[in-house]
Design a protein around this ligand. Structure first.
Ligand SMILES: O=c1ccc(O)c[nH]1
Length: 361
């Protein structure tokens, strides 16, 4: 169902206020062929009403003929900014970029952020943006969880279905996604509400068993027959199961890139207003599945690049896999037990009291 311009403008005002937008600052709204007109209209109205100088940069689409999926996250690495110094210059000269096109996992995104420009991505449908408008409580919850990751050296993921995956941590930072950009040089994605990191390169071992109801993105399918993924030295080397395993295998093989099978980000969902069941109600091409990535208590892991974290691995293929009913343990502390997020603030307090290093504000 649709939302009114008033509701969406108010949601944009909340996000831009949390992002510390100031009158006189320059906002550039980055758009593409699939940008939602109401999202664009209301973003410009809210930023202008807050006294910003608002530009719009519209870029032509790329990669469609290379991908089997129409999802904007299905083919990563090259974007309409690739080899486009004039467009990059305009964005680097802006205080805030509202990415209504999808720059995620692109080298150009890092170049733009490095100069202090903030980038906020927002491509979900307007009603999803309104339902998942971020709050400072989201930031606090995600930040507390990131402190636990920063202090940990191992993440161990298990489930009744048979998942038993161990990842060494420490080489990459924790990444907080809470839906607004309150610091210079920060990137975030509205809607979100989850914490993630990358395992040390080559140091993930074990097996992931996808059970009924776990989700494959960008395929946007709920797994109905178990899929077993075997992992050694940071790479998935076997994907076994029924029809959906066949579909996943062929989809990934279409990229003809061994890096597609590397374990990418790992973490868990912290957004109570996101819902596991949302995919059942939406046309696959109408959204990119952020409810699935963010619902509270999921274990979200992925395959593909690690350049987002500062790694050197890039690949166009990126598979996100939110799972239910997992237990996520950092060193000896369970942060999620059978899909239920533990008292993260309490856990962080406990670690501080125990004098464990690495707790960040
Ligand atoms: O916001 C996002 C979206 C996709 C992804 O893989 C990570 N973060």
């Amino acid at each position: 169902m649709s939302v009114s311009d008033i509701d969406l403008i108010q949601a944009w005002r909340q996000v831009l206020t949390l992002s510390k937008l100031e009158a006189g600052q320059t906002v550039t709204v980055l758009t593409g062929a699939d940008t939602h007109p109401q999202t664009l209209r209301c973003a410009i109205a809210a930023a202008s009403d807050m006294g910003a100088r608002v530009n719009r940069l519209d870029l032509p689409p790329v990669n469609a003929e290379k991908s089997l999926s129409r999802d904007s996250l299905a083919y990563l690495g090259t974007t309409p900014l690739t080899g486009n110094p004039a467009a990059i210059a305009a964005l680097k000269a802006s205080d805030l970029v509202l990415d209504l096109m999808t720059l995620l996992f692109s080298p150009e995104q890092h170049e733009i952020l490095s100069g202090g420009t903030k980038i906020l991505m927002a491509v979900e449908p307007p009603e999803v943006l309104c339902r998942l408008v971020p709050t400072d409580g989201d930031r606090a919850r995600v930040t507390a969880a990131s402190a636990l990751i920063e202090a940990a050296r191992t993440m161990h993921i298990t489930s009744q279905a048979g998942t038993d995956l161990r990842c060494a941590l420490g080489e990459f930072p924790a990444i907080r996604e809470y839906g607004f950009v309150d610091q210079p040089g920060r990137w975030d994605h509205w809607p979100s509400g989850f914490v993630l990191t990358w395992p040390n390169e080559g140091q993930s071992q074990g097996v992931v068993v996808l059970d009924r109801g776990d989700i494959l993105l960008p395929l946007k399918e709920y797994v109905d027959d178990p899929i077993r993924l075997s992992i050694a030295n940071g790479y998935v080397h076997a994907i076994e199961g029924g029809l959906q395993a066949d579909i996943l295998r062929e989809y990934m093989a279409s990229y003809e890139d061994p890096e597609a099978y590397a374990v990418s980000h790992i973490g868990w969902g912290l957004q109570p207003r996101a819902h596991w069941s949302m995919l059942a109600h939406y046309d696959k091409e109408s959204h990119i599945g952020m409810d699935a990535r963010a619902f509270e208590g999921n274990f979200l892991w992925s395959m593909g690049p690690n350049n987002e974290a500062g790694g050197s691995r890039t690949t166009a293929c990126h598979i996100d896999i939110p799972m239910r009913h997992c237990t996520v343990t950092l060193d000896d502390t369970p942060t999620v037990i059978d899909g239920v997020v533990q008292d993260t603030e309490g856990l962080a307090r406990a670690r501080r009291q125990a004098g464990l290093e690495g707790i960040v504000a």
